[in-house]
Design a protein around this ligand. Sequence first.
Ligand code: SF4
Length: 403
Amino acid sequence: MTERPETTSATPSSEAPESGITPGDKAAFRDVLSKDHARRGKPPVHLTDMDEQTRIARAQELGLPKFRVKQLANHYFGRLETEPEAFTDLPAARREDIVSAFFPTLIEQTAQQVADQGTTIKTLWRLFDGSHIESVLMRYPNRTTLCISSQVGCGMGCPFCATGKLGLTRNMSTGEILEQVRAAARMTRDGEIAGGPGRLSNIVFMGMGEPMGNYKSVLSAVRQISAMPPEGFGISARNITVSTVGVVPGIRKLAAEGIPVRLAVSLHAPSDELRDELVPMNRRFNTTQVLDAAHDYFLASKRRVSIEYALMRGINDQAEHARLLAKRLNHYGDDWAHVNPIPLNPIEGSRWTASKPEDEQRFLDILHAAGITATLRDTRGSDIDGACGQLAAKTRESFRQAS
Ligand code: SF4
């Protein structure tokens, strides 16, 4: 049996382990771990993994004055550069070793797919230990959104999800998370996505993994995505979405941070009976606890919460499910949540499959009639906005088909 660190507190502390183990009552739920969980060492330390004091200390070890740290951060966040030749303000003979000390290569592109007339670019990245993650860049008329991964695999074990089948390998470092952002910001700036040069405007943590299972690194990434250069990429916190399958202590902790990011909760079922089956984490934090926390997040952040709901044929897509979902959301009042029903991206050979179009429409109609704002995701790249792991599953499958 795989050994795992103990977690005894219901609230993750700032000392939260890097294990990816989610907090709470372990008797009710255990993260599903892949065979090689946590046996891969730690990624090299990157500028974005260091606090200010550590950056200065690292610079001093290299014999550099303090002001160089700001120059390095400017290159990274402001100009999106990590190539030594771009660091013309550093002594030429020192560029290589300084850059490798602060900007080790953390992610390497191994495949890329372009879809939707060049407006969707999916990238498969290899990490230092040979594991893989994905990110997806999507261009819309009024925004450019990047969907990023925060863990290698996922430990939540949802039976309808291909990523869940992998189990959790490990948490990603802040540097690994942010390198996805830098790469996409550069591609957008340089016009490598259809629509010409532009600016990366939105980030969604809806790729591989449960962001709340890697809280510390995700939060540090959020702070550095939203801070202005040279402290961060300068993407408004209001344009960042953090998703969760319902890790209540994580939702509550995020609310207390006072950062106006949007919260997305992958609910997928309106009752505990059904959700216990679809989302095993529900046995640790049930629908009442999750919805209470989501509504409290709305009150604290004044941001409408997204409720993600993957529609599965004959399982959770019937009129009774829509009615119960509307009732449960309306219990908390009006206009606090936005439901995103998403057509399921089924795993081949699984009993979970996508809803019939007429059932999708009825589901939506019932929500609307009950006064709930709801938008059915389309099935192009934009469905990536809607479901954790669904993206990773789809991306991996399409990479497989292409190779
Ligand atoms: S649906 Fe989301 S939370 Fe569940 S296993 Fe897949 S990636 Fe993890």
